[in-house]
Design a protein around this ligand. Structure first.
Ligand code: 26Q
Length: 837
């Protein structure tokens, strides 16, 4: 292999504070464009006067008025939090993420600010209820799925735990696409979530930051003989912060989610204008503003698109400049306390270009030498990995970096050259090791391996569940684990109990609070006290009736969205998540077909009537995932249109699954499907939301399921299937036909699929699905787990037949969910990684 030539080491230059740093003296961080107001009621009325004159679309206007009133109400606390944090008495953490899947803000803000009652009262004089207004809010869908929603749950917990944490992200003009289903096929529509404005955000044009692209680097030697690098002839883009409030739960802290919007710089336009090329100037403006136009909708494979890299660098550079300006405003150019007072958490490798960018800023803007800059960078950056799938690991072509970010590429080379010396020292003479671990993947088209770059520079590398972290250490990152075992640690994911129980399931929350008081909201382990009531008949009845009422509500949504009638007396069996082969929605659908065949054949012995719901989006370019959606819809059509079948089985595919849909779904679910191929789902977080709301899980030993099972015990969990070791051992000699032969049920299902029963007018459309199941290279091992899954589902049915016992198991699931509060997770990040207060 060729180890890239190391350049002349950069020497310490005089630590001159840059122009930017001086400018930062002016950083007041004030949100001047809004006035704080006294009572919510008064503000609401004032806001309303402005809108009621235009009375078409009154609900939207009233929502806007109410949201503005709530924002005005929180401005004072927001400012106080900022002033306090600006004094830098406490470690500041930046959570850097390309995704924040916030969902709606209003209901959560009212809960945290303790304004729900006051709001109900303020609305009394208008013929509209709070729920209707809440539903008028469009979801902030600035994320794909688990990773983006985790970031949102973490922000809630950080604020509620009184931590000084800023979320840094991108203000995408278009969030996650809206999914329509037409003739059973997914259709994507743009999500213009800002079309009616965003009452929660505060635009801070005076805090705009400039991000460079393209150009080239030059170097010079100063009078002391030190070499300096300059990046010149760049095309600059402005990053304008738009802040969103993140209220802590009834604690007075309001943290900030700072989302950057890309805008063209003035001199950019001006230069072109002076050249007389007006149209070119406008076109360039467009190019700049494209950066924050749209969220990439893939969640499990890297796509290598140049615009995506621009987004990543734009976020990283703007955020780091912002962090450094804030630091310098208080501490001046003395960086000796920087890493004691700052930590940057990378949400996967997406913002990992931050590593060379921080080096660049410290050296080129603030005059530090390489060693000082590296010491600071490598003690303030931490990396969280969210996937084991090799196809999802980010790699960027060296060529692309050289063109777009030449100075950054130089720094990456230098980081790699120095780090490879450590590797060579640890494995003397082992050139294969050097090639395998190099940040640069050599070859016809050399690439930068972003995960390796992140590991090399981070003082902490964590997985998101115990099993996931184990697999990182023993597999994907084993070489790095051998080199730096101390960097690796686990932080099992969690979800916020404010949104995922208190807000989304008020019936259950009230029932719990009547028995336990309300301090479970900030200390979820208190739910274990519910175990004392599993023999309390009255309590069991109340628990059942809460679930029943929630099912009535969900049935209304399903009727409206899918035109399928769900009967709340039947079991609600739900799988909602992104559509991916490894998550095995296909296994679920095959089981539905199996039940359908049994019912049609009159074999309903031991069956419990159930309504199966599947929801989730497929990445637009993921053909197999889209076929799976089509299959679900076609099977649903056959199931629901056969009156022999519907007393036992109903099946719906819910379009446009998102955060707000989950708020209705998880409180109403009896059975949660967590059936990924073992070793493939890093953690899962939907699994935790369901458990908190009293669903039982049918699942494999994968991700955080392992820990959920540990908490609740196997009497209260339907476990099935191969474990991660068995999956990896079977891989070399997997023979799906053997499993198909051994399982009459699976054989029968495949025969029906092959007969075209579900696609009579569209022959052949499911051939690729059938082939995948029968493929000896089927990584997801559908056939291997089918029978175990079928048997587990029979156990589910038998258990559901005893409603009292089922209810006891349901209570035990909620009671055991305390460990999966994101408060718990964030406390561990705080203590073990951030060393924050
Ligand atoms: C990468 C390159 C280019 C474009 C997009 C992406 C991209 C975007 C999003 C790649 C991956 C994602 C999202 C991954 C994700 O959501 N992972 C999930 O993270 C959860 C939180 O830790 C886990 O619970 C899930 O198990 C994991 O799948």
């Amino acid at each position: 292999m060729t180890v890239t030539k190391r350049k002349t080491r950069e020497k310490k230059s005089d630590t001159k504070v840059s122009k930017q740093a001086v400018k930062s003296e002016a950083v007041s961080n004030d949100h001047q464009d809004c006035d704080p107001c006294d009572s919510l009621d008064a503000t609401f009325k004032r806001q309303l006067q402005g809108v009621l004159s235009r009375d078409e679309n009154a609900t939207n206007d009233m929502y806007g008025a109410l949201a503005s009133a709530v924002k005005a109400n929180l401005l004072q606390q927001w400012r106080e939090t900022r002033l306090k944090d600006n004094q830098y008495q406490q470690k500041q953490v930046a959570y850097l993420s390309l995704e924040f899947l916030m969902g709606r803000t209003l209901g959560n803000a009212l809960l945290s600010l303790d304004l729900t009652t006051e709001t109900h009262e303020a609305l009394n004089s208008y013929a509209v209820d709070l729920e209707t207004l809440q539903e008028a809010e469009l979801d902030a869908g600035l994320g794909n799925g688990g990773l983006g929603r985790l970031a949102a749950c973490f922000l809630d917990s950080c604020a509620s735990l009184d931590l000084a944490v800023v979320g840094y992200g991108i203000r995408y003009e278009y969030g996650m696409f809206k999914q329509k289903v037409v003739d059973g096929y997914q259709i994507e529509q743009p999500d213009r979530w800002l079309r009616e404005g965003n009452p929660w955000e505060v635009r801070l044009a005076n805090h705009t930051i400039t991000v460079p692209f393209f150009g080239h680097t030059e170097s010079y030697v100063d009078l002391q003989g030190h070499r300096h690098y300059v990046w010149i002839d760049t095309q600059d883009v402005n990053a304008v912060p738009h802040d969103m409030p993140v209220p802590g739960y009834k604690n007075g802290r309001i943290n900030t989610l700072r989302l950057w919007k890309a805008e063209a710089t003035d001199d950019f336009d001006l230069a072109e204008f002076n050249d007389g090329d007006y149209t070119e100037a406008v076109a360039r403006k467009n190019m700049a503003e494209q950066i924050t136009m749209v969220l990439y909708p893939n969640d499990a494979s890297e796509n290598g698109k140049e615009l995506r890299l621009r987004q990543q660098y734009f976020l990283s550079s703007a955020s780091l400049q912002d962090i450094l300006l804030r630091y310098v405003a208080v501490h001046g150019s003395d960086f000796s306390r920087f890493s004691e007072l700052n930590a940057m958490q990378l949400n996967d490798t997406h913002p990992s270009i931050s590593v060379p960018e921080l080096m660049r800023l410290l050296m080129d803007s603030y005059g530090l030498d390489w060693d000082q800059a590296w010491e600071i960078t490598s003690s303030s950056v931490a990396y969280t990995n969210h996937t084991l799938l090799p196809e999802a690991l980010e790699r960027w072509p060296v060529r692309m970096l050289k063109h777009m970010l030449p100075r950054i590429l130089d720094i990456i080379y230098e980081i790699n050259a120095r780090y490879l010396e450590d590797v060579a020292h640890h494995w003397p003479g082992d050139n294969d090791k050097l090639a395998a671990m190099s940040v640069i993947e050599e070859g016809h088209e050399p690439h930068v391996r972003m995960a390796y770059l992140a590991i090399v520079a981070s003082f902490s590398v964590n997985g998101v569940a115990g099993l996931h972290t184990q697999l990182l250490k023993s597999g994907l990152f084993n070489d790095f684990y051998q080199l730096w075992p101390h960097k690796f640690n686990n932080k099992t994911n969690g979800v916020t109990p404010r949104r995922w129980l208190a807000h989304c399931n008020p019936r259950l929350a009230q029932l719990i609070t009547r028995r336990l008081g309300d301090s479970w909201v900030t200390d979820l382990t208190q739910l274990t006290a519910l175990n004392a009531f599993t023999d309390d008949k009255a309590f069991l009845k109340q628990w059942q009736s809460v679930k029943f009422d929630n099912k009535v509500d969900l049935a209304k949504l399903v009727a409206a969205e899918c035109e399928v009638e769900f009967d709340p007396k039947m079991m609600f069996d739900v799988q909602v998540k992104r559509i991916h082969e490894y998550k095995r929605q296909l296994l679920n659908i095959l089981h539905v077909i199996h039940l359908y065949q049994r019912i049609v054949a009159g074999d309903t012995q031991g069956m419990q009537p159930r309504c199966v719901l599947i929801g989730g989006k497929a990445a637009p370019g993921y053909a197999m995932a889209k076929q799976i959606i089509k299959l679900a819809n076609n099977v649903a059509h056959m199931v629901n249109s056969d009156p022999v079948v519907t007393p036992y089985l109903r099946f719906a595919f819910l379009p446009n699954y998102n955060v707000s849909a989950m708020e209705k779904i998880c409180p109403a679910t009896d059975l949660s499907e967590q059936i990924s191929t073992a070793g493939k789902e890093a953690s899962g977080t939907g699994n935790m939301k369901f458990m908190m709301n009293g669903a039982l899980t049918i699942g494999t030993l994968d991700g955080a399921n392992v820990e959920m099972l540990e908490e609740v015990g196997d009497d209260n969990f339907f476990l099935f299937g191969l474990n991660a070791d068995e999956v990896s051992q079977l891989k070399s000699h997997y023979n799906p036909h053997q499993y198909i032969q051994q399982s009459p049920a699976l054989k029968h299902v495949l025969e029906m699929l092959k007969s075209g029963h579900f696609n009579l007018v569209e022959p052949g459309i499911f051939d690729s699905i059938i082939a995948a199941i029968e493929d000896p290279y089927d990584q997801w091992m559908i056939a291997a787990d089918f029978d175990a899954y079928r048997v587990a589902q029979e156990n589910v049915a038998a258990a559901y037949a005893n409603q009292e016992h089922w209810t006891q198991m349901s209570i035990r699931n909620t009671a055991s969910s305390g460990r999966f509060s994101s408060d718990n997770t964030i406390s561990a990040y705080r203590d073990d990684i951030w060393f924050a207060k």
